[in-house]
Write a protein that binds this ligand. Sequence first.
Ligand SMILES: Cc1ncc(COP(=O)(O)O)c(C=O)c1O
Length: 443
Amino acid sequence: MITGDPRIRMNEIRTTLTADEMPRRWYNILPDLPEPLAPPLHPGTKKPIDAKMLEPVFPKGLIAQEMSPERYIDIPSEVLEAYLLVNRPSPLQRAKRLEAALKTPAKIYFKREDLSPAGSHKTNTSLAQAYYNMKEGVENLSTETGAGQWGTALSFACNYFGLGCRVFMVRASYDQKPYRREMMRVYGATVAPSPSDKTEFGRKMLAKDPNHPGSLGIAISEAMESAVKDGNTKYSLGSVLNHVMLHQTIIGQETMLQFKKLDEVPDYMVGCVGGGSNFAGFTFPSIGEQLKKKKTKTEFVAVEPKSVPSLTAGTFEYDFGDTAGMTPLLLMYTLGHDFIPSPIHAGGLRYHGAAPTVSNLVKNKVVKPVAFDQKEVFDAAVMFAKAEGIIPAPETSHAIKAVVELALEAKRKKEKKIIAMNFSGHGLLDLGGYQQYLDGKMT
Ligand SMILES: Cc1ncc(COP(=O)(O)O)c(C=O)c1O
């Protein structure tokens, strides 16, 4: 019998949870942050905004979550059921072959967020957001997408809960990733390359440069303009905001249960950061424990591209979330809202800022940020794919690169460290990037 075979601990290679073991609440880190989160400011008056001001853009249910002081918020049963459809609870897997390839004494675990039909962690919040909008009678959602992962996840969720979906996709990705676009259209969404001729702001950008590669900041401006001007449409954001981080904490809570089953505590928890949502979802439940008990040993490592170094080289100040200056001002690490990143393949990491919650934890030295070049990130991605058979998204590959570095350090120091990473998505629709890498054309 396999389970009784003493040669191998099967559950150490893949630790699973049953559907009944799935957490029933999201964890809100706001009451546990080392210093209170500074309020968002009105873009015009520069005074703190209140809930009413957000109502043209978001449904009341999500606004309440954005500002909630409650440590736990129940997940509605309709959303729990939808989570089963996106393969929650997701397995925690041991990367034994990667350990062997690196000849490291460290143990490496990765949390499988690539198994949702959309291919990433983003459905954890898209389903919740579509649900609360549907409950309040909203008919359409508009959004931006960088790599296309978020747009796919929201298209999927809007289709699930019967809403229309309009996606502004950063032009560089729209051209690089045509199959992402088609996936969104299969789920019934309309997709425009951003900057587009569909909005005033998009037309302004195109007038300056007809071949503008776009940026997440510009696409956010377009999606917000569309939400405010088009009837019964609200706006939806795939990262950065508190309620998005909240929805993603299903990941970290599952991970904690899985490490409990293994009777282990990770020395490192690693995630890539674009706006910060998969990193937050993976780490916040453990960070919350650490902040309350102040004694767990885990170190939290946030990984970003060297070409978009908001956490490692940005300034901590109030800035707009978008390029046009339509969003409230958020206190965060930022490269400036008019920063246009180079068109790297990790489209989801091309954002000028980072979530205020994640920024707060970096500033207070609870989270350590690191940055890597695209080429070394793809080296690590291909090494992982060969070892474990799974082709990672370019965004996820940033976390893999950091894990490889930590595992090699453990080897040098002969330490049996336990390293856990969030495997935020697969790269099956990012093969253009791999092609460039394999053909030796990546710089
Ligand atoms: C697979 C994947 N990982 C990570 C990210 C970065 O976003 P975030 O920092 O919000 O997790 C994205 C964004 O599109 C993504 O698609």
